[in-house]
Design a protein around this ligand. Structure first.
Ligand code: IMP
Length: 422
């Protein structure tokens, strides 16, 4: 069963890009199966930091085939920028990047609609990244979307005009009021560029590679608590961010899936609106934000910070069938005298639960916290799992006991080399 899936277990930004980069050399293929330019996967090595939005994180390894699957929503303008940056940095991506002809195209009017619908929400804003994700998935499900394959058709221009006219109608606007004209020339030149890439039916490509015994790593984006079905709806993204999404987003049958890597920070963050039971609004939250440089890699927004949340993690582990955990950014907690862990929630009626209640009720729970001693050690200098301080090992054992999943990786810094394997 040569497909493994890597998933964020929280609200995104767990450090998935780093782990894909670290694990990639043992795979033949890295494939993105959902999301789009709302993602920001950060990889740091050889003194350089790279942020990828739509390009799979295996792109730095010349032997790895990188696939943008059918479940992705692709913005050609952002994609071209990313690839140009890689070219400028000497990364040869031309031969090992494939894009599904069934991936949906993000149009300038989708971005405009994202802005308009977010403004219309008043006090219940999602905190969308405004990259056009929701409106593009809406068109996909509404069966009116434009796919990457459509750019190869002679009537693409006509289809584009029809889509924009429809978007204007739906927004109750005249076409011009969408204010997309300044972006259209760039969009069409990016589409021209996209035409020159390897656009194909990636479900066939991936299944042929599987038949040859190749190993695939499916790279999730966002996080399980932002999943369209199981996340904190409506404060979620518009795709299936859980492991099952890898099947529909790539055209791979469930029987091929073996390991599921669950990525979590040693604490918790969230960008945008929505319930966050362990959020720390005071000084401690600010301390985590500064130590962890918790500012969005796509939007630059300060991230909300809080303690690790076990009811939420248990839920994500259950949904994804996580086989091993990777604990990220442990070093961010180096200077804390005490670490807190939310083991349960107290519901408004006074009862305790280890489970995640309905999203509407999640805003009204009180976290039940357990305090563990901090480790007061500069973890960034460590190179061996066995050298981790006793208090951190106790924290890891506590998490493993509570979550019933082994922790295989502890990350102690952004660089590839700061990755300790158990
Ligand atoms: P959208 O996906 O841009 O529509 O945003 C919906 C919600 O998901 C917002 O709260 C965003 O902040 C959040 N979100 C989307 N993508 C990411 C991500 O890659 N990391 C963290 N949060 C994200």
């Amino acid at each position: 069963m040569p497909v493994d899936v890597l998933i964020g277990l929280q609200w995104g930004d767990e450090g998935k890009g780093k782990i894909v980069d670290v694990l990639a050399p043992t795979y033949d293929v890295v494939a993105r199966f959902q999301g789009g330019p709302n993602a920001g996967h950060t990889l740091t090595f050889d003194g350089l930091k790279h942020v990828l939005h739509q390009v799979p994180s295996g792109i730095f390894h010349p032997h790895i085939i990188n696939v943008v699957g059918n479940g992705v929503v692709l913005d050609p303008v952002v994609f071209r920028q990313e690839l140009q940056k890689l070219t400028d940095r000497g990364v040869a991506w031309g031969q090992n990047l494939y894009i599904s002809k069934k991936a949906q195209l993000i149009l300038p009017s989708h971005r405009a609609l994202d802005r308009i619908s977010e403004e219309a929400r008043g006090n219940t804003k999602i905190g969308s990244t405004l990259k056009g994700i929701g409106p593009t998935y809406q068109d996909k499900i509404g069966r009116t979307g434009l796919r990457v394959g459509h750019i190869l058709l002679p009537d693409f221009q006509k289809r584009y005009q029809e889509a924009v006219a429809r978007h204007a109608r739906e927004a109750g606007f005249h076409h011009k009021e969408l204010e997309i004209e300044p972006f259209e020339a760039d969009f069409f030149s990016a589409v021209e560029f996209l035409r020159t890439l390897q656009l194909t039916d990636t479900e066939y490509l991936l299944n042929d590679l599987l038949a040859q015994g190749k190993r695939i790593l499916a790279e999730g984006a966002q996080g399980s608590l932002l999943d369209i079905d199981f996340g904190t709806y409506p404060y979620v993204t518009s795709s299936s961010t859980i492991a099952a999404g890898a099947c529909t987003g790539l055209g791979i049958a469930p029987r091929h899936i073996d390991k599921v890597y669950g990525i979590t920070k040693a604490y918790c963050t969230r960008v945008g609106s929505g319930p966050f039971p362990t959020e720390l609004l005071g000084e401690t939250g600010e301390q985590i934000r500064q130590a962890g440089r918790e500012f969005g890699s796509t939007t630059g927004r300060p991230r909300r910070c809080g303690w690790i949340d076990l009811p939420a993690l248990r839920y994500a582990i259950m949904l994804n069938g996580v086989t091993e955990l990777h604990l990220m950014k442990a070093d961010v907690l180096d200077s804390f005298a005490e670490i807190q862990v939310c083991t349960h929630y107290r519901l408004p009626d006074g009862t305790r639960t280890p489970q995640l209640p309905d999203p509407g009720d999640l805003a009204h729970v009180v976290p039940v916290l357990q305090t563990l001693p901090g480790w007061h050690t500069d973890l960034t200098q460590l190179t061996e799992y066995n050298a981790l301080p006793a208090n951190l090992l106790a924290y890891l054992e506590f998490l493993e006991r509570e979550l019933q999943v082994p922790i295989r990786i502890v990350s102690v810094g952004p660089d590839r080399v700061s990755t300790l394997f158990q």
